[in-house]
Design a protein around this ligand. Structure first.
Ligand SMILES: [Zn+2]
Ligand SMILES: [Zn+2]
Length: 341
C-alpha cells in the first residue's frame, strides 16, 4: 500500500510502498483510511521536536488524526464490524491500567500513539484496536470528521470541564478563535449555558466566532481586558479557556478571571507567572488539558451527527501531502487540511 513516511528529521516526508498492516492480536482492527488530518504537530515532528520524546524508529508512517472504514478485525472484536465507518481515538490503550479503568485513556500507562510512535494514517490502511474505534453516524463522512480525532477532541475535553463546573449565566472567555477555539465555541454553546466571550487578535476570526454562536466577540487591540471586566460587572469570568498560551496570552487571560475562577490551559509555549499570594488569596485554579478520552470523542461525534459542531476542511489527495504541509506552514489552509488516500 501507499504510505507517507518520516525518513529523517529536517528533511521531507516520502511517499513509498509498504506492506499493508494485518491483524496480529485478537483485538486488532485494521482501518481503511478515509481521511487523515494534517496537523501542526506533523510539522513539529519533522523539525525533530518529538525525536527524543517518541523514540520512534525510522522510517515510520506519520498522521495522528484518522477516520475511515473498518477493513478487518481480530477474533475478539465485538464492537465494530467490517465496513463500519469509524473515527479513531488517537491513542491505542491497554484497558487494564488504573487510568484506563477510570476512563482516562490519555494517561494509560501502556499506550502507543499512531502517527507519533507507531505507524499512523498518512496511508491507505492503519492498525489500531477495538478500544480506539468510535463508530460514527451514517450522515458523517470520515474525511469531514478526521480532524476532530485530535484537534476537536482536545477542544471538547477542555470545554466539557467548563460545562460541568459552571451555571447558566456564568461567563466563559475563549482566548483564540482558530482551529481549536472554533470547535470549543460550538461545543460550549451546545452543552453549557455560559455566556461565551471570544477574544482574538484577528478581526476576521472574531467575526467568524460570533457567526458560529459566540455571544460577544472582542478584538484583542489593547482594550480587551477592560471590555471583559465591563461585561462581567468588574469581576471577571468564571472560566477562561486559553487556546493560545503564548505571546502574553496567559497574563491577559488571568487578568480576566474572576475570584475562584478556573483557567484552562490548552495552547502552550510561555510560562505562567503568577505570585503565589494571588493564587491563594483569590483561590484561582489552573487546569491542564491533554487531548481527550474515548468517551469525550464519542460525545463529540454525537454533537457532529446532530449538526451542532462542524469543521471547515480542505482536502488533498494523499500524494499531495507536501502541498498540504506547505499550505499549513504558510497559513494558507482554510479550516483543516485533510489527506484522502
Ligand atoms: Zn493533531
Ligand atoms: Zn491503560
Amino acid at each position: 500500500m501507499k504510505a507517507v513516511q518520516v525518513v529523517g528529521y529536517h528533511t521531507g516526508l516520502q511517499l513509498t510502498e509498504i506492506p499493508e498492516p494485518t491483524v496480529e492480536g485478537p483485538l486488532d482492527v485494521i482501518v481503511r483510511i478515509g481521511g487523515a488530518g494534517v496537523c501542526r504537530t506533523d510539522l513539529h515532528i519533522l523539525e525533530g521536536q518529538w525525536e527524543a520524546k517518541s523514540g520512534v524508529a525510522l522510517p515510520y508512517t506519520i498522521g495522528h488524526e484518522n477516520a475511515g472504514w473498518v477493513h478487518a478485525v481480530g477474533d475478539a472484536v465485538s464492537n465494530v464490524a467490517v465496513g463500519d465507518k469509524v473515527i479513531l481515538h488517537p491513542l491505542i490503550t491497554c484497558g487494564l491500567c488504573r487510568a484506563c479503568r477510570s476512563g482516562d485513556d490519555v494517561h494509560c500507562q501502556n499506550s502507543t500513539f499512531p502517527g507519533i510512535d507507531v505507524d499512523g494514517g498518512y496511508a491507505e490502511y492503519l492498525r489500531t484496536t477495538a478500544r480506539s474505534v468510535v463508530r460514527i453516524d451514517d450522515s458523517l463522512e470520515p474525511a469531514d470528521v478526521a480532524a476532530l480525532a485530535d484537534a476537536g477532541l482536545t477542544a471538547y475535553h477542555a470545554v466539557a470541564k467548563v460545562a460541568q463546573t459552571t451555571r447558566p449565566g456564568d461567563v466563559c472567555v475563549v482566548i483564540g478563535a482558530g482551529g481549536l477555539g472554533h470547535i470549543g465555541i460550538q461545543v460550549l454553546k451546545a452543552i453549557s449555558a455560559v455566556t461565551v466571550v471570544v477574544v482574538d487578535r484577528n478581526p476576521a476570526a472574531v467575526e467568524l466566532a460570533v457567526k458560529i454562536g459566540a455571544d460577544h466577540g472582542i478584538v484583542a487591540d489593547g482594550g480587551h481586558i477592560d471590555r471583559v471586566l465591563e461585561l462581567t460587572g468588574g469581576h471577571g469570568a468564571e472560566a477562561v479557556v486559553d487556546f493560545v498560551g503564548e505571546g502574553g496570552a496567559t497574563r491577559e487571560g488571568i487578568a480576566m478571571l474572576r475570584r475562584a475562577g478556573n483557567y484552562y490551559v490548552v495552547g502552550y509555549g510561555e510560562n505562567i507567572d503568577v505570585p503565589t499570594i494571588d493564587v491563594i488569596s483569590t483561590e484561582i485554579n489552573f487546569i491542564g488539558n491533554l487531548v481527550g478520552s474515548y468517551n469525550d470523542l464519542q460525545e463529540l461525534m454525537t454533537l457532529a451527527a446532530q449538526g451542532k459542531v462542524t469543521l471547515h476542511t480542505t482536502t488533498y489527495p494523499l500524494a499531495s501531502f507536501q502541498q498540504a504541509l506547505d499550505d499549513l506552514d504558510a497559513g494558507r489552509v482554510r479550516g483543516r487540511a485533510i489527506l484522502v488516500p
